[in-house]
Design a protein around this ligand. Sequence first.
Ligand SMILES: Cc1cc2nc3c(=O)[nH]c(=O)nc-3n(C[C@H](O)[C@H](O)[C@H](O)COP(=O)(O)OP(=O)(O)OC[C@H]3O[C@@H](n4cnc5c(N)ncnc54)[C@H](O)[C@@H]3O)c2cc1C
Length: 402
Amino acid sequence: MWLSLSDTSSSLPSDTDVLVIGGGVIGCALAYYLAREGVTVTLLERSELNREASGTNAGSFHLQIAIHQLTGLEVDSLAHRLLPEIRLYVQGSRLWQNLERELNGSLEMHVTGGLMVAETDKELSLLHSKQRIEHDAGLETHVLEGEELRAFAPFLTPNLKGATYCPTEGHANPLLAAPLYALRAAQAGAAIRTGAEVRTIDLEQQDGFVVRTSRGSVKARRIVNAAGAWTNDIAAMLGLRHPVRREGLHVNVTEPRERILTPLVQHIGRRLTLKQSANDTFIIGGGWPARAVGDDGRYRTVWASAAGNVTIAARIVPALANVRLLRTWSGPLAFTDDLEPLVGPSRQLPGYFTCMATTGFTLGPLMAQLLAETLAHPTGKSAVPDNFAPDRAAAAMAAARS
Ligand SMILES: Cc1cc2nc3c(=O)[nH]c(=O)nc-3n(C[C@H](O)[C@H](O)[C@H](O)COP(=O)(O)OP(=O)(O)OC[C@H]3O[C@@H](n4cnc5c(N)ncnc54)[C@H](O)[C@@H]3O)c2cc1C
């Protein structure tokens, strides 16, 4: 299943067509799709593959419109923004459903459906409005209330006002996806190198870049910044800045218990995602904050966050009340100010691209696939929506000034 250390620690190629910076799920997927298209690609990761957001996340496929995509308890005015986003999630979910076959290996895929719960009348009304947008975007969801919900999901507290059910939501094991992509990428010809920290990037006089790392230099015709929470650190090496911020988030895991929970459970008004994993533990997350240690993207767990997160989980699924929490951890999340992915070519710097998404476990493989198509067929129409461009904030400011 894994690439060997002798592969990832061998010397760096002296030059490459595309150089991908970052060995999370997005960088590894990109290396795979590029190599499959016959593009010469090198991926550089400063530590080991899958150690940051891609290996510490909760593994949920988020398809329904969620609390972080909303600005308040009203969605109709956001329909123009949400419709294309949800269509993309539908496309991303189709990609995931074929991924085990495509990569010929297990990702512990569980497409078990997902429930997004509402505890108040306002939240229930939000479920109804968001469901209309999901329906228009081609995402199947159903609002369940009263006896219908209690019969469908007897493990939920009877105090809920309702829930939307989405049959295509679910989860996979985040410890498997990036490493399997990396293995298949290397088998298709990609050079995957770890322990290679990118330190400086210089523009070549004619064309391309010279990338200096802790293990030597590589000349690259094109660069993709797939450094997740460190996207801006890489951009700064080229004098650029993107609308990306980072935050530390928590995930918690309990002891295993008898299986009671098949679907993924989320909350429309509170930070909660909850699932029972393949080995019967409960994984509880939803975006509770961790504390920054310095300013380099390292985060410490916070007891108040773990406690707040599990309190909501036990309120929604009462059987959790006497289940012991075993471990809590944190990971670095990158997000854009407008919550749209940051994917595509830079208009300011030809040859430079970014590939970053906030719900990047769900959407990252699709973003990587679309960007790989664009890189492999540069004369064709870009497969990535224009509004994901990395310098869209600078372009919007320039347009506002003129
Ligand atoms: C706690 C948590 C829970 C989450 N839960 C979910 C979820 O349930 N569902 C979902 O869809 N999404 C979830 N996410 C978001 C998702 O994990 C990320 O969006 C996704 O993993 C991003 O992948 P990535 O490859 O861009 O970033 P990363 O996995 O962080 O990879 C970036 C890589 O770049 C490397 N790098 C940085 N700087 C350099 C350099 N100078 N040189 C070389 N390499 C460098 C880093 O070492 C890192 O390995 C969660 C995130 C967190 C933190």
